[in-house]
Design a protein around this ligand. Structure first.
Ligand SMILES: C[S@@+](CC[C@H](N)C(=O)[O-])C[C@H]1O[C@@H](n2cnc3c(N)ncnc32)[C@H](O)[C@@H]1O
Length: 280
């Protein structure tokens, strides 16, 4: 048997060769995962011998990471807003930037919420977990993603208040009005795709990333029909790319929504466009 320190050294070198950004951090996390060691506790186990089965598992995980598979797909899990979400090759890996959308959503009361393009369900299920009286619907075109969202709903104890629906944006959503509509749609323009990191470009579902156009197609559809599905005064929050603030705000204003605002993240980048349905 080989000790953890030696095994780790080899893995870090392999991930560095593959140009993995945080080679040391990822190697440590993968070894913890393979050896069933608690997250962040590897340091105390460094002198320990790693059993052959764990070594074998670790070698496979490192090979996947060297192929630039995202960490969340390898470990099957991502923390979002303090909760663990299952992630697969069929879902977008929830991003910390999206937590701003959740903060904005939670800044005002709501009883019903519609999440368009729910993916893992990270936005919808976080909102339901944070607001135990609320109910919500999550839609996605991907049945595989919806299955993951359903699994996350069960593990977070929110399944009885969440409905999932395969739908092309609003197309299959039954008529009705929500207090809040949220969406993190695919907003990357087609011509930006080649410049993305291999983890994203080659491993995340393409339909979760781009509309194959200018990145604002979903924003246009959502803005055009949001009024039908919002109560008077109801809120719309849509995540956008950092250069899309002005254009997205114009789309929402021209669709007749009011109190249109662009919210920026901590880095000062435009991140969310918000608006309300008119009261009357
Ligand atoms: C950027 S991901 C966001 C996933 C998740 N809400 C999150 O924030 O991590 C966009 C999601 O929209 C879904 N999607 C793409 N086109 C769609 C469409 N026409 N109608 C509904 N959902 C769509 C994708 O499958 C993907 O799950």
């Amino acid at each position: 048997m080989t000790d953890a320190r030696t095994v780790l050294r080899g893995a870090v070198a392999r991930l560095r060769d593959a140009a993995v950004e945080d080679a040391a951090g990822d190697a440590r996390r993968l070894l913890e995962h393979a050896a069933g060691i608690g997250r962040g506790t590897l340091s105390v186990h460094l002198p320990d011998r790693i059993p052959p089965e764990a070594l074998e598992r670790f070698a496979q995980l490192v090979a996947q990471r060297a192929g630039r598979r995202p960490m969340a797909q390898i470990t099957g899990c991502r923390a979002f807003y303090g909760r663990a979400f299952r992630v697969t090759r069929d879902t977008l890996d929830p991003r910390p930037e999206t937590e701003l959308l959740v903060d904005l959503a939670l800044a005002a009361p709501f009883g019903t919420v519609l999440d368009l393009g729910t993916g893992t369900g990270c936005i919808l299920l976080t909102l339901l977990a944070e607001r135990p009286e609320a109910r919500g619907t999550g839609t996605d075109m991907s049945l595989a993603a919806l299955a993951v969202a359903q699994e996350n709903a069960r593990s977070l104890g929110t399944a009885s208040r969440a409905t999932f629906l395969q739908s092309d944006w609003f197309a299959a959503v039954p008529p009705g009005q929500f207090d809040l509509i949220v969406s993190n749609p695919p907003y990357i323009a087609r011509d930006e795709m080649p410049g993305l990191a291999p983890e994203v470009r080659d491993h995340e579902p393409r339909m979760a990333l781009t509309d194959e156009g200018d990145g604002l197609a979903a924003c246009r559809i959502i803005a055009a029909r949001a009024g039908e599905f919002l109560v008077p005064g109801g809120r719309l929050l849509v995540e956008i790319g950092h250069l899309q603030g002005e254009e997205a705000a114009g789309i929402l204003s021209r669709a007749g929504l009011e109190r249109v605002a662009v919210h920026h993240d901590l880095a000062g980048h435009a991140r969310i466009v918000a608006a309300n349905r008119r009261l009357a």
